[in-house]
Design a protein around this ligand. Structure first.
Ligand code: TNX
Length: 512
């Protein structure tokens, strides 16, 4: 236990950290946290949860209180009733606090002393505060069954925290291989646990169409029945998709649907002959090539199809964004590409949403305020787009593509952007050539699934790299891999308790 007040402070963004976390004299609580909070100080003393502990929160916060209670009840075996204020010593108190508005909508303040007091201006901040609180306990707190011999102690601590970037996301390709509702819900929980707030579902590609469009039912009855390498495919009904949106909303994760166009559309061309020049449905595609399919331009059927599909997906979407793809449209003539995406951007606006496109789409005139997802050093479009008022999300393949193999020995995945071990996944900055820092809204990792068909393989590729990306997005670049790997060793115990089968990189001493 620290004998004197010890503190670690991260200055506000974008300045670099003044001192490194995890220095030998750093507060021990720090070694438990991924992502790091902006500011933490410890003082002497510890709080131990007693069986009589209660969660004190007013009714409007019951969902967040209940989510925390569920986790703590399982492992502690305590009853953990949720009661209205006032709190007494020994309790965990959650409260909204207007005086914390300076920490923003996602920031929070967490004090552990004679009781736990978690305060935030907005509910999202409280949710993130509960994630930090969970990490301050021993890792067994995440266990699914009662851990009888663990003392649930937390060192007295004061934390003030808020995110560096507003966009902290993950792309999951459910088109190449389909991942069902329960798998996506689990990823939403794991995203929120790491303080991520965007989940982008790549719903359509050459190999499959994964979202029911009632006005074009063959998109799923035909286009949803295939996937890479053959096999059954699958899709979300609109009811299932609504359920996913509600689940994501409850975790303060914005679900972003992507309908990729004008390339990556073979599944649509397979479903409807009228989308093709010759009026005939095309053959299903189950390989791994990209850039060979394209929609036909200027054709009224095509435009009606795009508008109907965007309209139905917009109606299912509570968040502000629709992703329209725009990547690798190598079979589309450049002028057609620009004309088409401009029209699609206008449709998105008409449906009341903000367009997001892959960086190539910066070449097209999307509405101001649209976003570009940059997957490799500008890819031509990001700088142009930024000049035209677009904002940029950094997803550089060589750091953030989680389908890249860790090493030549990794059993699944690709290597076109290089091998991505834990250090290169962690040590980078979200900068894009020609794009001013102020136009960069954050980071999004991506898991493409040409070669990833099972939850266990997805876990292995996502974790623990996603934790490093989450830290970059939440804390900003801390970049002391030697220190990070110590925290990651601890985090690995939490991931295991959460049932995540992650890659045990030799860069980390997991047994520490
Ligand atoms: C590139 S980067 C793609 C995807 C592939 C991925 C495989 C981008 C926007 N498109 O279509 O699945 O590489 O790593």
């Amino acid at each position: 236990m620290a004998s004197a007040l010890s503190a670690c402070v991260l200055p506000p963004p974008p300045a670099p950290p003044q001192r490194s976390f995890g220095a030998p004299d750093g507060p021990p609580s720090i070694t438990r946290l991924v992502p790091l909070p902006r500011q933490l100080s410890e003082s002497p003393g510890q709080l131990e949860l007693e069986p009589a502990v209660r969660i004190v929160a007013d009714g409007s916060l019951s969902a967040i209180a209940e989510a925390l209670a569920r986790v703590l009840r399982r492992s502690t075996g305590f009853e953990l009733p949720i009661v209205a204020p006032p709190a007494r010593d020994g309790d965990i108190e959650l409260a909204l606090a207007a005086d914390l508005a300076s920490l923003g909508d996602e920031g929070y303040q967490l004090d552990v002393g004679d009781r736990v007091s978690l305060r935030a201006a907005k509910p999202a901040g409280l949710l993130y505060g509960t994630m930090t609180l969970r990490q301050l306990f021993p890792p067994e707190i995440e266990a699914l069954s009662r851990q009888a011999h663990t003392a649930w102690r937390v060192t007295h601590v004061h934390i003030e925290d808020s995110p560096r970037y507003s966009w902290r996301g993950l792309t999951i390709d459910v088109a190449r291989h389909f991942f069902g509702v329960d798998e996506i819900k689990r990823l939403i929980e794991l995203s929120a646990y790491h303080k991520l707030n965007r989940l982008h579902l790549h719903l359509t590609d050459d190999q499959g169409w994964r979202i029911e469009i009632k006005s074009w039912p063959k998109l799923t009855s035909v286009g949803g029945s295939t996937q890479t390498g053959g096999g059954g495919g699958g899709f979300y009904t609109q009811e299932q998709y609504k359920d996913l949106v509600a689940f994501a909303d409850a975790h303060y994760v914005t679900l972003i649907p992507e309908l990729d166009m004008p390339g990556h559309v073979q599944a649509a061309l397979t479903s409807y002959g009228e989308l093709n020049v010759d009026g005939q449905p095309q053959a299903a595609y189950m390989g791994t090539d990209v850039g060979f399919s394209t929609l036909v331009f200027g054709d009224p059927d095509t435009l009606r199809f795009v508008d109907d599909a965007l309209g139905e997906v917009a109606a299912l979407t509570t968040g502000p964004y629709l992703h329209i793809g725009g990547d690798e449209a190598k079979a589309t003539r450049p002028t057609d590409y620009r004309t088409f995406l401009k029209r699609v951007g206008d449709m998105v606006r008409r449906h009341g949403k903000t367009a997001v496109g892959w960086c190539e789409a910066g070449e097209a005139e999307l509405p101001p305020g649209s976003l570009l997802q940059d997957w490799h050093d500008g890819c031509g479009g990001s700088a142009v787009g930024a000049k035209n008022g677009m904002r940029v999300i950094a997803s550089p393949a060589k750091h953030a593509y989680l389908d890249m193999m860790y090493t030549p020995e990794t059993a699944h995945g690709q290597k076109w952007a290089g091998f991505v071990e834990l250090a290169p996944a962690y040590e980078w900055q979200p900068v894009v050539p020609g794009v001013p820092d102020a136009a960069i809204v954050g980071i999004e990792s991506a898991l493409w699934t040409e070669d990833i068909a099972k939850r266990a393989d997805a876990d292995y590729m996502l974790f623990p790299r996603l934790a490093g990306h989450a830290e970059l997005a939440w804390t900003g670049a801390v970049h002391n891999f030697a220190e990070y790997r110590l925290r990651l060793a601890h985090h690995g115990k939490r991931l295991s308790a959460l049932g995540v089968g992650f890659y045990r990189s030799p860069q980390v001493d997991w047994e520490r």
